[in-house]
Design a protein around this ligand. Structure first.
Ligand code: AMP
Length: 145
């Protein structure tokens, strides 16, 4: 299964925020959209990623104010990404080895979408269910439709 298959299902919408916005604006947008990460875009250019964890570690625990701290001060600049043609397994390995849960998808230099570890786990479970149903049908002789 490829990352592109997941985007076909979940869509290619990416929520983003400019680097000079405040952290407060970022977490308000995350809350409104019920998501855990935003890409930081300077115009069209991806310059970072900010997640709930950055807010916890770099604002709350460091006693900073979310209303005066700009997103660029706490974002992660070196963003790891995958392409639509990479496999779900490859992406999962990248995320688990580097301990992050959000991964942008970039094709030919253009943003195609974003996947979360939850999207990947859901896709793997669905694929395994189909395989189990097929194997059950094979064992009992009743092939599923
Ligand atoms: P997360 O588990 O996604 O909340 O992210 C944990 C940490 O990794 C935070 O500091 C994020 O800014 C950073 N992070 C999240 N996604 C990525 C990514 N795709 N590439 C690099 N860093 C990331």
């Amino acid at each position: 299964m490829l990352i592109g298959d997941i985007l076909d299902h979940k869509g290619r919408n990416v929520y983003s925020i400019p680097p000079d916005s405040t952290v407060y604006e970022a977490i308000a947008l995350m809350s409104e959209k019920n998501i855990g990460a935003l890409l930081v875009l300077d115009g069209e250019e991806m310059v970072g990623i900010i997640t709930e964890r950055d807010y916890r570690n770099k604002v709350i625990l460091q006693g900073r104010s979310s209303k005066t701290t700009p997103v660029k001060d706490i974002m992660t600049e070196n963003v790891n990404y995958v392409t639509s043609k990479q496999t779900v397994k490859e992406c999962m390995a990248l995320m688990t080895n580097n301990k992050f849960r959000h991964c942008p998808v970039i094709d030919d230099g253009k943003l195609s979408g974003i996947v979360s570890i939850g999207d990947l786990v859901k896709a793997v479970i669905t694929e395994q269910k189909i395989e189990i149903d097929y194997l059950k049908g094979y064992i009992t002789g009743a092939y599923p439709n």
